[in-house]
Design a binder for this molecule. Sequence first.
Ligand SMILES: [Ca+2]
Length: 202
Amino acid sequence: MADEKIAKIPYSLNSKAVADATKFWLNKRGVTLEEIAELVMFLQQKYYPNLTMDECIHNVEMVLSKREVQNAVLTGIQLDVMAEEGKLFSPLQDMIENDEGLYGVDEILAFSIVNVYGSIGFTNYGYVDKLKPGVLKRLNDKSTGQIHTYLDDIVGAVAAAASSRIAHRKQAEREIELDLPHTPEDREEAARKLAEYDGTPE
Ligand SMILES: [Ca+2]
């Protein structure tokens, strides 16, 4: 009877549980925020030589605070883990296990992350996906016995989205500095910037 009672409680989404699970699973699969931030640095340093690691980490955190990103991270990692445990149907099991070149759904899922800060993320995503620097090289190492068919794209996509966010933010900072008309795209960030901004150019 206790089970029946539980089943009748209306479903309600606990956003903290989703956010916490995202951090937990990234960590459990061996990916740190710092490593993702290093990809962001790799992508953006040439455009913004004064960019700091703290800024990169902050932007990665902001991307990971978005629900649609958390959903993609959790879905992808879940499929990787199930493939590792051999629990998927055949032939999906074989396709994910062997990172089949014609599968491609891992990349489609990652696009939902790349998109959160606009389409400029696609260039960055394509770039890290091709070069596979840092953490991406490790995630693509097939000799470890771990399956990261989804996670490598997810990590690259989070870095690409964080890079787009930086580009949008830097543009906003320039506009504020030059006293140009400025419409913030990211309200949360705009509010923070406004609170910080005391009218003195850097
Ligand atoms: Ca992949």
